[in-house]
Design a protein around this ligand. Structure first.
Ligand code: ISE
Length: 339
């Protein structure tokens, strides 16, 4: 049984505490910490945890009662918690993005490389989503030949938090595609260009400029367009269509009953990503727990290196947003630890 400490008891932290308590085998939450102490107290109450509330993250990370750490704090707080957990020689699951800059993410890669050991699993949950896994299988089986083009839609009903701003469209939202596309294509990025679309007059966030459009070039020359629309009003809508030399594969929608009523044929669409990706979240956590329980290391994927590559690409996307034009993406050699 793995004893976990959770840093960050906001909405995604609560989701993960709940799944580790009620769904995932081989793990229990024994410690929690949040900068807002009431959030930690509330999670203990709401999920009936027999867990200790820590007064700061250092004590939680270094506690002899904690075997592994799950980080669900704000994106800009990830770096120090991850580095401290690596220094304490404990496995760590960190929500996406790994950090909010390539430089910070590289510090995590460097910390692992120095110890010649993998500690970090990044919460790019889509790699564990059955729909995306089916796409990957079809591509790897050669069913549609070499990939030429892709078209993705990443729509949110409304922004995720009150502090969601223009750059969050990249670091919080597009970051999922930045991870899953290089995984599906088994290729790296050559460059990225961002554009703003006509603003949605229903947007209520003052420092948020969107919708945005990403044009991504793979090293192979394949091109990907990602539409980012975080005020779409109607639901949480994730689409991905990949065009190969001999065919097309499309991410399946979540199956919901067909309703025929009042002159309409319709299917419900959720506005909640934790519901949309519940299987993916459960499977990524079970993989983390099983792997740590078996050999002390996180699951094979997604690694700190994957988090770093997404950060390099996100930095380039943000640069393009602010200065315009395509920004090249150049990666250093991948360390042997991640081969
Ligand atoms: C949120 O953090 C997620 O991970 C969702 O999947 C994404 O759609 C949303 O834009 C993010 O804010």
């Amino acid at each position: 049984m793995m004893n976990v400490g959770v840093i960050g008891c906001g909405s995604i932290g609560r989701d993960h505490i709940e799944r580790m308590t009620n769904t995932i085998a081989g793990v229990q939450v024994v410690g929690v910490y949040d900068v807002v102490n009431e959030a930690a107290e509330k999670s203990i109450r709401d999920f009936n945890l027999k867990a200790k509330i820590f007064a700061d993250e250092d004590n939680l990370i270094n506690s002899p009662d904690i075997d592994a750490v799950v980080i669900c704090s704000r994106n800009d707080a990830h770096l120090s918690s991850v580095l401290k957990t690596i220094a304490a020689d404990k496995p760590v699951f960190v929500e996406k993005p790994l950090t909010t800059s390539a430089q910070d993410s590289f510090a995590i890669v460097s910390a692992e490389v120095k110890k010649q050991r993998r500690y970090v699993q990044v919460g790019f949950n889509r790699r564990y989503d059955p729909g995306y896994q089916q796409l990957k299988q079809l591509i790897d089986d050669g069913e549609i030949g070499a990939l030429l083009l892709a078209n993705c839609r990443h729509y949110n009903t409304r922004p995720a938090t009150t502090y969601y701003k223009t750059d969050n469209v990249i670091n919080d939202t597009l970051i999922h595609e930045l991870d899953i596309l290089r995984y599906l294509f088994a290729d790296e990025y050559r460059g990225i260009e961002m554009r703003f679309a006509r603003p949605n007059s229903l947007n209520r966030a003052p420092e948020l400029q969107e919708p945005q459009l990403a044009l991504i070039e793979m090293n192979s020359g394949a091109l990907v367009v990602v539409e980012l629309n975080v005020n779409c009003q109607y639901g949480y809508d994730i689409q991905c269509r990949l065009v190969g030399e001999t065919g097309i594969v499309t991410l399946p929608d979540v199956a919901t009953p067909e309703l025929r009523k009042a002159g309409q044929i319709s299917h419900a669409i959720s506005d909640n990503w934790t519901a949309r990706f519940v299987d993916a979240y459960n499977r990524e956590f079970q993989a983390f727990v099983d792997s740590v329980n078996a050999n002390g290391e996180p699951a094979a994927t997604p690694t700190a290196w994957d988090g770093y590559v997404a950060s390099v690409t996100a930095d380039a996307a943000i640069q393009s947003l602010h200065q315009g034009g395509q920004v090249s993406i150049v990666l250093p050699a991948k360390p042997a630890l991640y081969q």
